[in-house]
Design a protein around this ligand. Structure first.
Ligand code: GLU
Length: 511
């Protein structure tokens, strides 16, 4: 069997949507599983949609996720160049060849004429007018005018495009690894433009010429390209490339978390979660997006989450590191139905991967946030804080709020609990506990625990009345990590001064 070669072929028209990242991932996994080649091809033939920085963004995203291409614009390779704009001549040659063979034709209709024509057709009750077998002979093209006249016009400099001549009344059949046999009636297909007025190919022509030249064995891409595949199948046939035609696998759509339809870039802003791997700054504020990375997701969690959006290993297992994914991956386990984008699940994965980090690794991860918040810290206590906070963090930036009290006295109190509990005799007991803590020589969690628990038990007090007040006094919140360990990390002086400041604030709150 030929060596497996797959390509991820994004168009640099903006930031790479997370659905595109999943396509890249499945291509990557399939290549690695089969000792194949993972190729990055930049499909930049649509000059009108070209966005500066997008190619860079795509590459950075792949790097962040650890999916480096084996061949691509930066890596090079035997089948380059890997940017379509650098392969222009190749496509034009094939477009002309198709015209010569009678499978394509020159068309001179201007965009204005086409708009008018569409309007007129719609007025006559045609729902979505198509340039196809039923209408092509009434249009301004070489089929209607004759080839000679068409060439005269071309020589005279009249702008033209080349369109594929889709046959009438044919069932176009192809096999899709995910969907099985797929059939299209050729009467439903339009005569797609394959070469544009600017001499550049459209996606359809460039895509199949490159897949052929780059010896692509499997085309793995989003479901939105399924109907284009019918056109591609015709192109393969007309160019006599049927024998080397790749196999197709169309991936299910990513669906909105709730309701109907495809996950869109606007859903991110709407629901407050990322739909792009990295942050992106567009021309307008509504085109600024925060990425998975900047939301605080780890690359390995992002990968694990995406891998299971549309593929399953055949059992209940959920945790897969990249090597395990490569081992387990197969195209026949890709599901047909759309996959709902559930950000809570992504967070869960992130938490699992955070829990798998050593305390030291976790420190490295949170350090940028701590520094960015201008928190002062001692290296040693950071390790202890990391250990305590690790199980309490889903997304890295949460560390700033959740661990704030380790670094600064400037935090809010949960006033409700103070109002409810700061009264006699609770308050006298809390003050008494503070004084007992002052007497501890070796201020470690064991001694702290012995003092506090001992006091509560010996005086037959209810934990529920005392403990929340101790917590709020020291950390501002009732929801923090283990209080005894927290106190040990803060140290005796800090804990006592927190108590003293808190008693004043408590009084003010209840008065
Ligand atoms: N350039 C297309 C895109 O942006 C590639 C589709 C394909 O993989 O064939 O998604």
């Amino acid at each position: 069997m030929n060596k497996i070669r797959v390509r991820f072929a994004p168009s640099p028209t903006g930031p790479l949507h997370i659905g595109g990242v999943r396509t890249a991932l499945y291509n990557y996994l399939f290549a690695k599983k089969n000792n194949g080649t993972f190729i990055l091809r930049i499909e930049d033939t649509d000059q009108t949609r070209f966005v500066p920085g997008a190619e860079e963004y795509i590459k950075k995203s792949l790097t962040w996720l650890g999916m480096s291409p084996d061949e691509g614009p930066d890596q090079g390779g035997e089948y380059g160049p890997y940017r379509q704009s650098e392969r222009k001549e190749l496509y034009a040659r094939y477009a002309e060849k198709l015209v010569d063979m009678g499978y394509a034709y020159y068309a001179f209709d201007t965009p204005e004429e086409l708009d008018k024509w569409r309007e007129a057709m719609t007025a006559q009750g045609v729902h979505s007018p198509k340039y196809d077998h039923s209408t092509r002979l009434s249009m301004n093209n070489s089929l209607k005018l004759g080839k000679e006249r068409a060439l005269e016009m071309i020589n005279a400099g009249v702008p033209y495009v080349i369109r594929l001549k889709v046959p009438e009344n044919e069932t176009i059949v192809f096999n899709d690894i995910v969907r099985g046999t797929v059939k299209f009636n050729s009467n439903e297909l339009d005569d797609k433009v394959i070469l544009k007025g600017d001499g550049l190919p459209t996606y359809h022509l460039a895509n199949i010429v490159d897949d052929h030249y780059m010896k692509i064995t499997h085309v793995i891409r989003g479901e939105e390209w399924l109907s284009s595949t019918a056109h591609h199948v015709l192109l393969y046939r007309y160019l006599c490339w049927d024998d080397s035609k790749p196999q197709f696998a169309h991936l299910p759509l990513l669906l909105k978390p709730v309701g109907k339809g495809k996950l869109s870039k606007r859903d991110g802003a709407k629901f407050g979660f990322p739909v792009f791997p990295l942050s992106w700054n567009g021309d307008n504020p509504e085109d600024n997006f925060t990425g998975f990375k900047e939301f605080g997701f780890l690359p390995e969690a992002t990968i694990n989450f995406l891998a299971l959006l549309g593929w399953n290993p055949g059992d209940d297992r959920e945790m897969f590191e990249i090597n395990e994914l490569i081992e387990a991956f197969s195209l026949d386990k890709i599901v047909k139905s759309g996959a709902r984008f559930n950000i809570e699940k992504a967070k869960w994965f992130n938490q699992q991967y955070l829990l798998g980090k050593t305390d030291k690794e976790f420190v490295e991860l949170i350090l940028p946030y701590i520094e960015n918040a201008d928190f002062e810290y001692e290296k040693e206590s950071l390790l202890k804080i990391a250990k305590l906070m690790k199980p309490r963090i889903e997304l890295l930036p949460e560390i700033v709020d959740k661990a704030k009290f380790f670094f600064t006295d400037d935090f809010d109190f949960e006033e409700k609990i103070v109002r409810k509990k700061w009264k006699s005799p609770n308050n006298e007991h809390v003050i008494e506990i503070r004084n007992k803590l002052e007497g501890i020589e070796n201020f470690d969690k064991k001694s702290i625990e012995t003092i506090i628990k001992g006091y509560i038990e010996n005086n037959n007090l209810s934990f529920g009345n005392i403990f929340p007040l101790l917590r709020v006094a020291v950390t501002g919140t009732t929801k923090g990590p283990d209080l005894f360990e927290t106190m040990e990390i803060l140290g005796k002086n800090k804990v006592l001064s927190r108590f003293d400041a808190a008693f004043d604030r408590f009084e003010r709150i209840v008065s």
